[in-house]
Design a protein around this ligand. Structure first.
Ligand code: ZN
Ligand code: ZN
Length: 294
């Protein structure tokens, strides 16, 4: 039987009873749980074909860019590749701009800038206005497959998160002794098992691999909001204990088939991530991004 939902187990610890100070920092994220498949343009997907209007040119990156994880210049402009497409119905908590019901994120899968990161772009659409659909381009055959996701169907699930790297210093000073006591008692680590969800997700707290790097909006100067984390892996050797969906567990509830962790086929900077941000105050919703490696 095909299981078409994914369910993160309830946390084994009542976080807000133990740490009521975390309550104001609670956020909701939508875990996408990508799994290899053949999504249609009318489906939410990771790495799948986009519902892209035939009358609108497919986005092409003409910036200076390098072969992934290499110092070799990639001379040609490159068609951007589909990363995430999500219909509003699949991400109920996400504030879609008025009149839109479809989020599309693409990126150029070559290296840009000092840290050699893929370059994302964000589109919001009204799916009913699309009409005839433009075929989604295929990646260049010699391109590293680690830098863009394989076509995956998704199983969106809303989960509650608390800040990990983003916990304010003052709060972390207050909670530290109690967190350590809980960690000793339960064998769980706040950062790996109880804070924010690993994997590809919308909203919530960014799934940083390294120190937080929130971009500011060039328009209004305010700190941008987290829109999307594209992490290399859904779970790792620690986080699977609490974040691996029930449907993907071994019959004894144990450790997964490793393929589940790497279901989208990504490996960004040795299991790092790409983080996409937006300003919801400026009318044109400017976008910012960051990239890190493990
Ligand atoms: Zn590029
Ligand atoms: Zn702004």
């Amino acid at each position: 039987m095909i299981k078409n939902t994914r369910t993160t187990p309830a946390r084994p610890v009542d976080m807000e009873a133990l740490f009521p100070e975390l309550t104001p920092y609670r956020r909701e994220a939508v875990r996408l749980h990508p799994r290899p498949g053949s999504p249609a343009p009318t489906d939410s997907s990771v790495g799948g074909p986009l519902l892209w209007p035939a009358g609108e040119a497919w986005p092409v990156c003409a910036e200076e860019h390098y072969e992934p994880e290499s110092a070799d210049l990639h001379e040609e402009a490159a068609p951007m590749l589909p990363i995430v497409q999500v219909y509003r119905a699949d991400a109920p908590g996400l504030p879609f701009p008025e009149g839109t019901d479809l989020l599309q994120v693409v990126w150029c899968p070559y290296g840009h800038g000092e840290y050699c990161y893929p370059l994302p772009k964000v589109y919001w659409r009204d799916s009913a206005a699309v009409g005839e659909v433009c075929p989604t381009p295929q990646p260049a055959p010699d391109l590293s497959g680690y830098w863009y996701p394989d076509p995956c169907v998704v199983h969106p699930e809303t989960v509650t998160e608390y800040p990990s790297w983003d916990m304010p210093r003052e709060l972390s000073d207050v909670l530290r002794p109690r967190i350590e006591e809980m960690e000793e008692r339960t064998g769980l680590y706040y950062h790996h098992h109880l804070a924010d969800a690993p994997g590809i997700k919308l909203g919530g707290w960014p799934g940083w691999t390294q120190d937080p790097a929130w971009p500011d909006c060039e328009g209004c100067g305010g700190r941008m909001e987290h829109l999307l984390t594209v992490a290399s892996w859904e779970v790792d050797g620690e986080s699977w204990r609490t974040w691996l969906p029930e449907e993907d567990r071994a019959p004894d509830g144990g450790r997964p088939d490793w393929k589940v962790s790497e279901s989208a086929g990504l490996c960004l900077g040795d299991a790092g991530g790409v983080y996409v941000f937006e300003c919801r105050t400026c009318p044109d919703r400017p976008v910012g991004h960051w990239f890190d490696c493990s």
